[in-house]
Design a protein around this ligand. Structure first.
Ligand code: C2E
Ligand code: MG
Ligand code: MG
Length: 550
């Protein structure tokens, strides 16, 4: 579909293309676009075919000779100029959404390329209707993905490509929320859409671009990202929208996804974690929190090393798992009335740390928790299978994340299959350290195990916001009241009656209640007075390492 030699125009592009080539052009353009525009290097329109009314209420002829960037909304002009110069340099630009200046707020999707004969052509798809309030240009083609989708694409690409090909750039715009408040909802949307486009157009070889948090963007790319031009463009956009507005501070960091010793899967986990941390969603401290530095930040100090740090942690955890380099402590749980030991809880212990909680949350964040929980189960099962029959039953903590994972459930089932006689000796605690999203899958897993005779405890009751939801949704045998919540309740009349209500509800429904972190006789007495059945805490026995690392 390249026009014939005869259709070639002078190098100056001072006139429209020779007649005869247009039909081919139009046919080409109409396959993907409403409108074909040919421009010269200055951006001046030299030829136009299609329903040009949408471009600004003028006829085709009236638009000839106009500057194309002038037809575009002010905030998008920088983006368009940048794209035009890239088209001129020979790059094919995939469709990007831009707002129109005179089209009553309508939008167009615009892409273009330089033909081998040197002509610069643009393809425009007009939205044909006014952009309704609240429907930003972004929806049309800004090409930004939500965080989850971005992570998925980034992880998939990383698995497919060879090490060192891909790079991940984090872009944080501090002050965006305050700025948006000043310019109102519609202005804010315009700014976000324009920023989004800038993020996409300033990177080469961009394979995925995502908005991964408020004012936080991620780019997965193979070529360089022009952060200088991005910074300049965002500032110009902000100035155009609100000349008096506060400065937007932009920080960026580019990370080479060098996998080092990580497997593809583990490198992908590190990306997942780094993105979550950057979005402020992970359990760690958001990396920009408290930066509070005025002016532009190069960002590398703040954001750099992010993936590297995540990669090192993933690799350490992987080693710990492979080497079995952790211990398991047992802590007794007693009947508060008789002080008789009813069972023990298995608590993981990692070298160099007193509490496993950080490692556990990290394992949850990077998707290694199922492997870890399975490793603890394997140890405890091996121990119980070899123990004397009078050994007290052992409760193993399982993260909701693990129970949501069908492969974990299948592996646990396989692990238990040869040990049917352990049903009375092994039980499980469902922790609330991660929010459960797959309620049905978790319930199926719990009930499947209970049917086989393994009892289940709902752990951390009162620690998170979902305790009641879980209590209503999952039929269980025990409920363990979170230690901090339980202690707070001892000093507060309302919480105390709430606890009494919970213990009443459980008793009525055949569920045994457990209080934890009981350190004194007074605690024990108070919980007993609230009709709590069992207790756990230093008063009855500290966690003691029973299963040492292999
Ligand atoms: P958890 O399941 O609520 O475990 C009880 C925690 O209370 C343990 O903390 C235990 O050492 C601590 N504790 C026991 N008695 C007392 C006391 O009298 N006073 C005080 N202040 N604390 C007491 P630990 O061992 O640091 O474990 C923290 C959490 O890590 C556990 O909370 C559990 O959610 C998680 N965890 C431990 N092992 C595993 C595991 O194998 N898998 C999973 N998924 N999570 C685990
Ligand atoms: Mg527990
Ligand atoms: Mg607890």
């Amino acid at each position: 579909m390249i026009p014939s030699e005869g259709a070639e125009r002078s190098a100056e592009f001072s006139e429209g293309p020779a007649d005869g080539a247009h039909d081919e052009f139009v046919a080409l353009a109409f396959t993907a676009a409403d409108l074909l525009v040919e421009i010269e290097r200055t951006g001046r329109i030299t030829f136009l075919a299609g329903p040009s009314l949408g471009l600004g209420g003028t006829t085709t002829d009236q638009l000839l000779g106009h500057s194309f960037p002038d037809l575009v909304a002010k905030v998008d002009r920088g983006t368009v100029e940048n794209l035009l110069s890239r088209i001129e340099q020979g790059e094919a630009i995939k469709p990007v959404g831009v707002g129109l200046h005179r089209g009553g707020g309508s939008a167009t999707v615009f892409g273009g390329c330089r033909l081998p004969n040197g002509r610069l052509i643009l393809f425009l798809a007009l939205s044909g209707k006014e952009r309704p309030q609240g429907a930003p240009v972004q929806e049309i083609a800004a090409g930004l993905m939500p965080r989850g989708e971005f992570q998925k694409i980034a992880m998939d690409r990383l698995r497919e490509s060879s090490a060192g090909v891909h790079r991940l750039t984090f872009i944080a715009i501090e002050g965006l929320a305050a700025f948006r408040q000043r310019i109102g909802v519609a202005g804010g949307r315009t700014l976000l859409a324009a920023v989004a486009r800038q993020v996409v157009v300033n990177g080469e070889g961009v394979e995925a671009a995502g908005e991964i948090g408020e004012g936080r963007y991620g780019l997965l790319h193979t070529g360089p990202v022009d952060t200088g031009s991005l910074r300049g463009a965002v500032k110009a956009l902000a100035r155009a929208l609100d000349p008096e507005g506060p400065d937007l501070r932009l920080s960026t960091a580019t990370i080479d996804l060098d996998r080092g010793e990580l497997s593809d899967g583990d490198a992908a986990r590190a990306v997942l974690y780094a993105v979550d941390q950057f979005a402020g969603q992970g359990s760690g401290v958001p990396p920009l929190a408290g930066a509070g530095v005025g002016g532009d930040l190069s960002g590398d100090d703040l954001l750099g090393g992010f993936f590297a740090a995540a990669a090192i942690r993933v690799s350490r955890l992987r080693n710990t798992l492979q080497m079995g380099a952790f211990d398991v402590a047992f802590q007794p749980i007693v009947d508060l009335a008789t002080r008789q030991v009813k069972h023990s809880e298995a608590l993981a212990r990692f070298p160099g740390t007193t509490s496993p909680i950080e490692t556990i949350s990290f394992a949850e964040d990077v998707g290694l928790i199922a492997e870890f929980d399975l490793a603890v189960c394997t140890r405890v099962i091996r121990h119980l299978a070899a123990a004397a029959p009078e050994h007290p039953p052992v409760a193993v903590n399982l993260s909701g994340r693990s129970l949501e994972n069908p492969r974990f459930v299948a592996a646990l089932t396989r692990l238990l299959a040869p040990h049917g006689d352990l049903a009375g000796q092994l039980l499980f605690e469902l922790t609330e350290s991660a929010i459960i999203t797959q309620m049905n899958a978790v319930d199926d897993a719990i009930q499947g195990l209970r049917l086989k005779g393994y009892k289940f405890c709902l752990d951390d009751f009162g620690a998170g916001g979902n305790s009641f939801h879980y209590l209503r949704s999952f039929a269980v045998d025990f409920v363990k009241i979170d230690g901090y919540f339980g202690h707070a309740a001892l000093n507060n009349q309302r919480d105390r009656s709430f606890l009494r209500y919970v213990s009443g509800f459980c008793r009525e429904n055949g569920v045994i209640t457990i209080a934890e972190m009981i350190e004194t006789e007074e605690h024990a007495e108070s919980f007993r007075a609230l009709d709590i059945d069992f207790g756990q805490g230093y008063l009855f026995g500290e966690p003691r390492i029973e299963l040492s690392r292999s």
